[in-house]
Design a protein around this ligand. Structure first.
Ligand code: ZN
Length: 244
């Protein structure tokens, strides 16, 4: 294929624009915020699950605390009744009196046990509430960090999008200066290798970075300036440097 040396050098400008676009796309795809956001979403999911479990635990313990209080009500009532019967002095039968005194002792002991159980469950409920509050706080903290990371990512992506738009805006003007068959070849090579054209500098291909052997270099040197040469290693269009 033939293309004048100016067109070949213009092709390098096109390759440069495309490389810049590819770098911008790569940067946008590999922003560290993507990982941060993914990690924070995972943390939010875990914290939400833990918070749900902690809330259920608080509810269960509050039910248990109410039940412990209810368990005490009839025992206390009975003790009060027994105590007033005893204080009333109406029971004269010694056996009945002893029975009443024994029952009062038993009820006092029972109340002590129930009150201990109530204190235990109230303590657990208090701890559970504190754990729930801590998780709720952690969730709010994770969500705050997540919002910040998303805002940061959006800002970076928007910035890169503008950079890409400004590079892409230059492209049609450059393409218009090139013969169509050269652009077609370039695009085909770009699709298969990611880069369609590269400069040949100091015997080295700017695309694959390999040094060309002496025979290839001699052949390229002999080729007319308007002949489009290709890298023998990577097949890309080689643009010879050094010409005006
Ligand atoms: Zn090459």
């Amino acid at each position: 294929m033939l293309a004048d040396p100016t067109a070949q050098r213009t092709l390098l400008r096109l390759a440069d624009l495309d490389s810049r676009l590819a770098r911008i796309t790569h940067t946008a795809r590999t922003l560290p915020q993507h990982d941060t956001i993914r990690d924070l979403m995972e943390e939010r999911r875990r914290t939400t699950d833990a918070l749900t479990a902690a809330t259920t635990n608080v509810d269960d313990l509050e039910v248990a605390a109410r039940r412990a209080e209810q368990d005490l009500v009839p025992v206390r009532a009975r003790l009060e009744r027994d105590q007033s019967r005893l204080d009333g002095g109406t029971i004269t039968d010694s056996k009945a009196l002893q029975g009443l005194i024994d029952e009062i002792e038993h009820l006092k002991g029972r109340i002590g046990v129930l009150e201990d159980a109530q204190l235990e469950v109230m303590g657990q409920a208090e701890d559970a509430v504190a754990a729930r509050e801590a998780l709720s706080q952690r969730k709010a903290d994770v969500e705050g960090r997540l919002r910040a990371a998303v805002a940061e990512r959006d800002e970076q992506v928007e910035d890169l999008k503008q950079q890409a738009q400004s590079v892409a805006a230059e492209r049609p003007g450059v393409v218009a200066q090139l013969p169509e068959p050269l652009v077609a070849l370039y695009e085909r090579l770009r699709a298969s290798t990611g880069l369609g054209a590269a400069p040949l500098t100091e015997g080295r291909c700017g695309g694959c970075r390999l040094e060309l052997n002496v025979t290839d270099l001699q052949q390229i040197a002999k080729a007319p300036a308007d002949e489009v040469v290709r890298c023998p290693e990577c097949d890309r269009i080689l643009v010879r440097a050094g010409q005006p």
